[in-house]
Design a protein around this ligand. Structure first.
Ligand SMILES: Cc1ncc(COP(=O)(O)O)c(C=O)c1O
Length: 402
């Protein structure tokens, strides 16, 4: 470990005094669980994204579960997800009883494309109830092209935007506006662009879907529209003050006011976060481009989708480990020993033993090609320009066998 420099993780939160004050204010208030701070976060998120409804929940996994559930996804349905994503994009649909159809991705961006979706739909026996593109690393999949294919197939669209808060779609609308999908899900995990500790949000333009998600996050408890009128009402016709009905079995996916206050404070910093992350990415790109030709032939930035404006969550390089003559684990360990964290996003889901057991082997060459080369380098708001230079110099040294 190089003790001259602090360790650089691949991602981390940025917390300032305003964030701390926002949380402290909640701790001094009457509410800790879902209360006024959640209402304020939902209103602020709807304003920031232009979405008609924003529904907060416990984390990004809960957001996906709520979104699929709101659409009525269940046994007999297929959901198409790109193979390169975090487990939750698929596991939450699987938990509801749906079949998962893995779509291939562009080998250089790891994004689903209209072509890979089309091919996956061809494998979806009985069609697909939903398609769930993932805006990996913070750049959007081409939702104009994907949306057209999904609509033609009669599938709803759940966009997993857990990496992409702060970006813009092809028409310049904020990610989350719901102009490109029926539901868009976000994670507020600390490595993501805005942190709540744990937290999630779903946006939608559909009031009925929003209401279904609000019920699902709170045990299915309804205090209106009672069906058992014999129990619900007092003799004077007023609803009994203690009374509620369970519309269906559901979960406790509520976000606490403590987390919501932190997320709202972070949301106010989002434009600065996006700008800083873009500047760091530009510095990485320039530093990698200036490496000697024999090094940049084996290490290069991941591809750019060219759709919309990214809000970078990850900085991924593609390394030709075979030509380099070193294994990825060796490179990661060498980086770590010099104070630099890295990560792989992700082991494609079609390679997960669980899904292999469910669906057998699937041939997805784009996902496999991405997986063979991808390495996420440190990217977080409080990184200094010199940190980027150090990461690239260290990677250069390792590639040269130094
Ligand atoms: C693409 C993607 N989807 C969903 C999730 C789940 O979010 P959370 O960790 O907040 O449950 C993550 C988080 O790692 C993610 O990266």
């Amino acid at each position: 470990m190089n003790s001259d420099h602090p360790f650089l993780p691949y991602g981390r939160q940025s917390i300032d005094d305003a964030d701390v004050d926002a949380v402290a204010a909640v701790l001094r208030s009457d509410w800790l669980t879902t209360g006024p701070a959640v209402d304020e976060l939902e209103a602020a998120f709807a304003t920031a994204t232009g979405a008609p409804h924003a529904v907060c929940c416990a984390n990004g996994t809960a957001a996906l579960h709520m979104a699929y559930h709101a659409l009525g996804i269940g046994p007999g349905d297929n959901v198409v997800v790109p193979s390169v994503t975090f487990l939750a994009t698929a596991s939450t649909a699987h938990l509801l009883g749906a079949g998962i159809v893995f779509a291939d991705v562009d080998p250089d961006t790891a994004l689903m494309t209209a072509d890979t979706l089309e091919t996956a739909l061809g494998r979806a026996e009985g069609g697909a109830a939903a398609v769930a593109p993932v805006h990996l690393a913070g750049q959007m999949a081409d939702m104009d092209a994907i949306g057209a294919v999904a609509r033609r197939a009669g599938a709803s669209i759940v966009e997993d935007a857990c990496h992409a808060i702060g970006g813009r779609d092809g028409a310049g609308r904020p990610v989350g506006s719901t102009a490109t999908g029926d539901l868009m899900t976000f994670s507020l995990h600390p490595v993501k662009t805005i942190a709540a500790g744990e937290g999630g949000i779903v946006t939608t333009a559909d009031e009925a879907l929003a209401e279904r998600m609000r019920l699902f996050r709170n045990h299915g408890m309804s205090r209106t529209d009672f069906t058992a009128t014999d129990q619900a009402f007092a003799a004077d016709g007023d609803a009994n003050p203690w009374y509620y009905e369970m519309t269906e079995p559901a979960l406790n996916y509520r976000l606490s006011d403590i987390h919501a206050a932190l997320a709202a404070s972070q949301l106010a910093r989002l434009p600065d976060f996006v700008e800083r992350r873009r500047a760091l990415v530009a510095r990485y790109d320039a530093a990698l481009a200036s490496l000697p030709a024999h090094v940049s032939a084996v290490v290069r930035p991941s591809g750019r989708s060219g759709y919309g404006a990214p809000s970078w969550h990850l900085y991924v390089v593609l390394i030709d480990f075979e030509t380099l003559g070193r294994e990825r684990a060796e490179v990661m360990n060498a980086l770590r020993s010099r104070g630099i964290g890295s990560q792989v996003h992700y082991l494609p889901l079609h390679r997960q033993p669980f899904f292999r057991q469910c669906y057998g082997a699937v041939d997805l060459p784009g996902a496999d090609a991405w997986y063979a080369r991808a390495l996420s380098l440190p990217l977080f708001v409080d990184m200094q320009d010199a940190d980027v230079d150090r990461v690239v110099e260290t990677l250069h040294d390792i590639c040269e066998g130094r």
